[in-house]
Write a protein that binds this ligand. Structure first.
Ligand SMILES: Cc1cc2nc3c(=O)[nH]c(=O)nc-3n(C[C@H](O)[C@H](O)[C@H](O)COP(=O)(O)OP(=O)(O)OC[C@H]3O[C@@H](n4cnc5c(N)ncnc54)[C@H](O)[C@@H]3O)c2cc1C
Length: 328
């Protein structure tokens, strides 16, 4: 503890979660710079979101986009600045992002992608100016909301036997590399549904399930975590936006099926590998969410197989491809 006290343990669970990441942008601190992470952050922004004010969002993840939609519907002038070549880059493919961007622009939001922000300047009267590293017009704003992703809270593990990379490495039983220490939730890198040994999806259901597995195993049971996957659904800018599993993959055996009506603002994409559905994207209307149900049987089969240790992943995929053969 920081007061010098030591708390002994027989078994320890690390569930310290994540915190918002502050990108390396000069002077991105101080008055007018906000996060949208805690209830207090939301309360503070609630007071600041006044009509006609200008707000810039740095990053376009789900949390940031919810904030941008809220600001837009309250009459603020909104800019969204994204370092990657498209918005919601981790959960949407290019066509899904483009449709969402169309809707945002129609509602008056300035969307800028592939930006490299260098520094923030303070102007007279408290205004802020965001300057780009290369060419690109600066963006002026009354407030900036940083929504550039999260980083796990791990500093206190320095110098311990717990192996960390971008999170704590855990096995399928949520055990870390150190004896009698388990980890779960946003801080942990555990098995994914698709066979990666160390993935992070930073989602509530993942944290809950991993916590249950870790707790049971700490009490002497032998539960196996069945793997995490990307799953998101939200309403924003008048569109239902959802993705499940993989949404961008290329290579041998990959087939994309899509329904794309840019004018009507509807996009459904399903991705399969060797005939086995592996993911999908919906941007448009809630009725289209039903399409993602096509991915569920294979996800369920993968998750069930994860709890049968010893089955090689390649073999699992081959068996799934066989059982999905002939289905359209
Ligand atoms: C604004 C927002 C919206 C979200 N929306 C969704 C959503 O729609 N769907 C979804 O699935 N997920 C969502 N999430 C993500 C979800 O909340 C997290 O995945 C989940 O809370 C992770 O649980 P956790 O127990 O691992 O960590 P947390 O819930 O973050 O809990 C970790 C706790 O540990 C504490 N802690 C950290 N370091 C230490 C330390 N050194 N000592 C003691 N305590 C410490 C922290 O203060 C915190 O209280 C959202 C998150 C945010 C912030």
């Amino acid at each position: 503890m920081d007061d010098g006290e030591e708390v002994p343990f027989d078994r320890l669970l690390i569930a310290s979660g994540a915190r918002p990441w502050l990108p390396a942008i000069e002077s991105l601190a101080g008055p007018g710079i906000h996060f949208l992470w805690t209830l207090e952050d939301a309360d503070r922004l609630n007071e600041e979101f006044l009509p006609e004010r200008r707000v810039a969002f740095i990053g376009s993840g789900f949390v940031s986009m919810q904030g941008a939609w809220s600001a837009c519907s309250r009459g603020l002038k909104v800019s969204v600045l994204e370092a990657m070549p498209r918005i919601l880059p981790r959960v949407l493919d290019a066509k899904g992002s483009a449709l969402l961007e169309d809707a945002m622009k129609r509602q008056g939001v300035e969307v800028r992608v592939s930006v490299g922000i260098e520094r923030v300047e303070r102007l007279a009267g408290g205004r802020l100016r965001i300057l780009m590293a290369c060419e690109g017009e600066p963006v002026e704003a009354d407030l900036i909301v940083v929504g550039a992703g999260v980083r796990p809270c791990l500093e206190f593990l320095q110098g311990t036997a717990v192996e960390v990379r971008e999170g704590i490495l855990v096995d399928e039983r949520m055990r870390t590399t150190a004896p009698d220490i388990w980890a779960a939730g946003d801080v942990a890198l555990g098995p994914s549904v698709f066979g990666e040994p160390h993935a992070s999806h930073a989602l509530w259901p993942t944290a809950v399930e991993q916590g249950k597995v870790a707790g049971a195993n700490m009490a002497g049971q032998g539960l196996v975590y069945r793997g995490s996957l990307n799953m998101n659904v939200a309403e924003m800018f008048g569109l239902t936006v959802a993705s499940l599993g993989r949404c961008e993959e290329s290579g041998k055996g990959i087939v994309r099926k899509e329904m794309h009506d840019r004018k009507a603002g509807r996009y459904v994409m399903l991705l399969s590998r060797d005939g086995v559905p592996v993911g999908g994207v919906v941007v448009g209307v809630p009725e289209d969410l039903a399409a993602l149900a096509a991915v569920r049987p294979s996800v369920r089969a993968r998750r069930e197989a994860q709890s049968s240790p010893g089955l090689p992943f390649a073999d699992l995929h081959r068996r799934l491809a066989h059982s999905f053969a002939g289905r359209s």
